[in-house]
Write a protein that binds this ligand. Structure first.
Ligand code: UTP
Length: 404
């Protein structure tokens, strides 16, 4: 204990020991273990949140346009369907986030977007995947990433709903790791006395968490992981045409992208950075880059990512040990105040530390941008109202013939 106290004192974090002596011995031990597991290098990043690794030389990337895909659709479909039938493709549904912007305490996948009947986000995801399974006549292993915060409730919910018709044998859950969070002065936040306010560590750690859990062991043929977010209810996962196109390209990864509607649209853009694929945020594009157009008149930096990636299992294994940047993200973090009262803030009050899957694209070495129709494949639910909200997603679902 003495060691822990002096460690915290060196780091200016002794406030978290408030009330420690009143804890039961088991709780004290568990808390000491939590403290010993803190990655202090990561916590120290709060001081320079915007200071990620400097950008290299950024250039536009060539991708497959809708027209080009249409021309080779059958060939790609056949290649992709064959890979799926041979068990080479697995889906990874990223559902470990907290969905703080949506403001629901339940996992985002459990959010009901129906109007006249229940229609859950998880249900839409599975419905879309089942369509592919029927089309190609094979089931796809479905790995669902949860976090400590929502694992039990997500499992229970999906089981209760009989996995919305998905074969249970093909479903596996795995948990991502957690990271501490701090207030704007870099002080560690507590969720309760003797308990750090831990949050999921971002979606960039999915591969190491999946491997640690070993959920892939029952599916020895996997060559490709299709990784996607839970919140796009028009998500087409394990899309055979996408899989086929990436295989045909010989690249190590592919990203579904939508063409940017206007130069300043707030989406991450796929490009080349020092000749490697990279996703840069909209605010990192200079004015000149945002407006740059090719000889065909189209925007040069036009491919907005929609969090649907296909990644080579072999390449992932090769680069597994490489580190990806930690992003310091402002969030609303529930915590106890100095009097021990629980606070659920209305506005952002601190930083979480996250790694992001978009940073993995660089490690893959090559990436095929694969254009999809925004109106048919991109309806993210991030917010309760306004942009990328339940309302906007409902409109898009209805346009695509889904009865709500
Ligand atoms: P977001 O970046 O939208 O984060 O996640 P979020 O936590 O869901 O929502 P906010 O920002 O708090 O409102 C994009 C995708 O990545 C998953 C989410 O579940 C979503 O599918 N994700 C995010 C994880 O699986 N783990 C994380 O730690 C963060």
């Amino acid at each position: 204990m003495k060691q822990v106290s002096s460690l915290l004192s060196e780091r200016g974090q002794t406030h978290i020991l408030q009330g420690f002596d009143d804890l039961a011995p088991d709780a004290q031990n568990a808390f000491i273990e939590e403290i010993e597991n803190i990655d202090w290098d990561t916590v120290a990043l709060w001081k320079h949140p915007e200071d990620l690794s400097g950008k290299g030389r950024v250039e536009p990337i060539e991708g497959l346009s809708l027209g080009e895909i249409q021309k080779r659709r059958e060939e790609y479909f056949a290649l992709g369907a064959d890979a799926i039938q041979k068990g080479k493709v697995a889906c990874v549904l990223l559902a470990g986030g907290q969905g703080t912007r949506l403001g629901s305490d339940a996992p985002k996948g459990m959010y009901d977007i129906g109007l006249t009947h229940p229609l859950y986000i998880f249900e839409m995801q599975i419905k879309n995947l089942l369509e592919v399974c029927r089309e190609v006549g094979a089931a796809v292993p479905l790995f669902i990433m949860t976090s400590d915060k929502n694992d039990a409730i997500s499992r229970e919910f999906l089981k209760k709903h009989d996995y919305f018709g998905y074969p249970e044998d093909y479903v596996r859950f795995f948990r991502q790791e957690m990271a501490p969070s701090v207030d704007f002065a870099g002080k560690l936040l507590l969720e309760a006395r003797g308990k750090l306010a831990l949050s999921p560590n971002g979606n960039g750690g999915w591969y190491s968490s999946l491997k640690r859990a070993g959920v892939d062991r029952d599916f020895p043929n996997i060559e490709w992981y299709n990784v996607y977010g839970v919140d796009n209810v028009l998500q087409k996962s394990a899309d055979p045409v996408f899989v086929g196109a990436v295989i045909a390209s010989g690249m190590m990864s592919g990203a579904k992208v939508v063409r940017k509607a206007e130069p300043h649209e707030k989406v991450g853009v796929l490009c080349l950075e020092d000749r490697k694929p990279s996703v840069i945020e909209y605010y990192e594009l200079t004015e000149e880059m945002a407006n740059l157009r090719g000889s065909d008149g189209n925007l040069s930096y036009c491919f907005g990512v929609i969090l649907n990636y296909l990644l080579s299992a072999r390449k992932l294994e090769e680069v597994a040990r490489e580190r990806i940047p930690v992003h310091v993200v402002k969030k609303k973090i529930a915590h106890i105040d100095e009097n021990g009262a629980f606070v659920k803030p209305e506005t952002e009050n601190g930083y979480k530390f996250e790694t992001l899957i978009l940073d993995m694209v660089r490690l893959m070495g090559t990436c095929l941008p694969f254009e999809v129709e925004r109106e048919r494949e991109f309806a993210p639910i991030k917010n309760k109202e306004g942009v990328d909200s339940v309302e906007t997603a409902r409109v898009l679902l209805q346009k695509n013939g889904v009865t709500l």
